[in-house]
Design a protein around this ligand. Sequence first.
Ligand code: SF4
Length: 243
Amino acid sequence: MSIDPRRAEYLRTIGIDLWVPRAGALGGGAAAAACESPPAPRPIRARAPGLAEDTEAWQRLRAEVRGCTRCALHQSRTQAVLGVGPERCDWMVVGEAPGAEEDRRGEPFVGRAGKLLDAMLRAIGLGRDANVYIANILKSRPPGNRDPRPEEVQACLPYLHRQIELVQPRLLLAVGRIAAQNLLGTDQSLGKLRGRVHRFGERNVPLVVTYHPAYLLRSPADKRQAWEDLKFARATLARSLTG
Ligand code: SF4
């Protein structure tokens, strides 16, 4: 089975080895190598934009977050980082908080971890420029990339809830322990939260948990499990759309 070269590159980036039969192996008696053949992603589009009042709500939200002083993090940030992606779409990724690069550029997931996240998403047909919205629990960078404090999360979480209301995702992907625990209101470990479909909010949006890409950069052996999570998330969304 042939795989689109760009997609093959995304899969290699996320640590998925592609095995193809060696030339002549099929006819020469040698065993053909196993072939990783993930189903090709179906094109996933951003949904039709929301109403004019949604546009106004986004403008209000952007202005509010830009000038937010609800917690002490506003004192040390360069700028608040709201999110990126289409204003209404089926997929929404939620991470922890902006890092140094995000704080500087004003966009979530733009450093090395962001590049890995993009490759993971591209491998299942998603891109922040097309069909997935990406945000964080916190909109301002915690100094030294420390974990968010409970009072900071409490102050900032209403912004994320408003984003989710506006984007109206059909699937939430929580990347990392901090995002998963705060979205689900639990202190269970990431290991316990992975591999299950959770539900978020009044609309019961399916929520799937996976590793944070920054963790995967430190622990590349777990990229294979993250790939399984992504396939699980994609299957979950497909089931919810047809169910
Ligand atoms: S982290 Fe959130 S609540 Fe705190 S200042 Fe930034 S935008 Fe406001």
